[in-house]
Ligand binder design. Structure first.
Ligand code: ADP
Length: 253
């Protein structure tokens, strides 16, 4: 069975200590430390753009098609393109087999992630078209919506779709009364809150924000600062993936 959600767990107790007396977390990280992240752009030949990302134990593949014609046609917008985002978790991505197919959670994640990308893509350059973004979580360990959106935005750039900047996504939350960056599974399940954001480094815009659980105003400010600084770090990893991709492409030519 999937562990209880924070919202079911308010006031509940976890038997294990998630942060020790020296401020070290259950996976050995400090409070303000990200899990290791690697990104490869252009990994799939059949898609117009793609990216593979590992973020701690999360493994995510993103593929982009388009701009291309919208089907069914009634979904077309005369003055701009639409972004259709399909987030899915592979049945083998979690401890217990995940039932394949869409569910409420994947529908929600797909909606907010499409809206985040619509904020950075120059939509009016492709009237009546769609940009289709498929993200599959191959292995999940909390923070998959952030990992997915971070990979998806590299895949959109890899497809050559004009954007004002990449979207970077990261979460902070509250665990045992402390504001921490980038929660792992146990922290996500038993912590007090989790706040994923989507950030656009060039403009400073927040294009996605959700909150599960509770935080004070001051804690929220601290969490935002942590996440934004982490997003700036992740942005460099995204850019590096794209630079390597195009350096490799030049060598092949
Ligand atoms: P996120 O992955 O963005 O943090 P959630 O907070 O909803 O999203 O999920 C946290 C984690 O719980 C996921 O990363 C995954 O490891 C696990 N999880 C989510 N859905 C399921 C599911 N249907 N079955 C088993 N584990 C799940």
């Amino acid at each position: 069975m999937r562990p209880k959600r924070k919202s079911d767990n308010m006031g509940g107790k976890c038997d294990i200590q998630l942060i020790d007396d020296n401020g070290i977390r259950i996976d050995g990280r400090k409070i303000h430390e990200l899990r290791p992240i690697t990104i490869e752009a252009g990994v799939l030949n059949r898609a117009d753009g793609s990216a593979y990302l590992e973020w701690g134990d999360n493994k995510v593949m993103a593929a982009v098609y388009g701009p291309r014609e919208v089907h069914p046609r009634h979904r077309q917008k005369a003055d701009r393109c639409i972004v259709q985002y399909y987030y899915s978790m592979a049945p083998f991505s979690v401890g217990d087999r995940k039932r394949p197919g869409p569910d409420r959670r994947s529908t929600e994640i797909s909606k907010i992630s499409a809206e985040a990308l619509e904020n950075v893509i120059f939509l009016d350059q492709f009237p009546r078209a769609t940009i289709d973004v498929y993200v599959t979580v191959l292995q999940a360990s909390a923070g998959t919506r952030c990992a997915a959106l971070t990979a998806a935005s590299v895949a959109v750039a890899d497809a050559g779709i004009p954007m004002k900047d990449l979207v970077v996504s990261c979460a902070s939350g509250k665990v045992e009364g402390k504001v921490v960056l980038d929660l792992v599974q146990a922290e996500d399940n038993f912590g007090e809150s989790d706040v994923p954001i989507g950030y656009v480094p060039k403009t400073g815009e927040i294009v996605l924000m959700q909150m599960d659980g509770d935080m004070t105003y001051e804690e929220m400010e601290e969490a935002m600062e942590l996440s934004i600084n982490a997003c700036k770090e992740i942005y460099e990893i995204q850019r590096d993936a794209l630079i390597r991709r195009y350096a490799d492409a030049e060598e092949v030519e």
